[in-house]
Unconditional design. Sequence first.
Length: 237
Amino acid sequence: MISQDALPRVPFLDRLSPAARRALAARASVWQFRAGEVLWTAGSPIDRMLVVIEGEVRVIRESGGRQHVLHTEGPGGTLGEVPFYSGGSAPATAIATMATRCVILSREAIEAAIVADPAVAWVLLDRLASRVRGLVERVDRLALQSVTTRLVGLLLAKVPRTTIGGDAEVGLGMSQEALAAELGTVREVVVRALRSLRESGLIASAGRGRIHITDVAALRRMTDDSESARDPQSQRE
């Protein structure tokens, strides 16, 4: 059991009715994970759905010694839906990238919430549809964009939306190996893409894993036309 008052402060759960939140709170628990801790590995049986309260979890697949990031979930993100809904084992490995807290929801908790308010089912379907849409968009990026364009998109995603032009400083928050897995490539290609952007005068290293973007508007123009952002040396890998 957890405090019912805590649930409205959790993105995604704040959309539920008071009756549904009471049903969940009476049956939910909170788990904590250390940075780098594996929540589960691919092939593990899972009978719970997790909602991230604080921190971040990266979901990856490993093939041929390389890691591929499927999705990354921050506060309000959900994890484990596939085996939770359909049974079977986890299709991918989940790793906390920083200290993380999650609400743990059992099937009993979800069923009780739906009984209390049938609209809960639509909220869950919306979350699942968003996940599918995100995975389709990721496949499109991997298939149609160069590594440099994907890197630019990742950097811009960290810039405040209110920043239209000028410069900005952002933190990568990950190693180059993890960045390569996020972009669906290998470290050597990421290094070349970063060097290309630096030599173009669009970014500069700010130290401690931070990047100084010298011209936000120019990077945004690159993502508007992915062909102009195609790096002749960094092929899609």
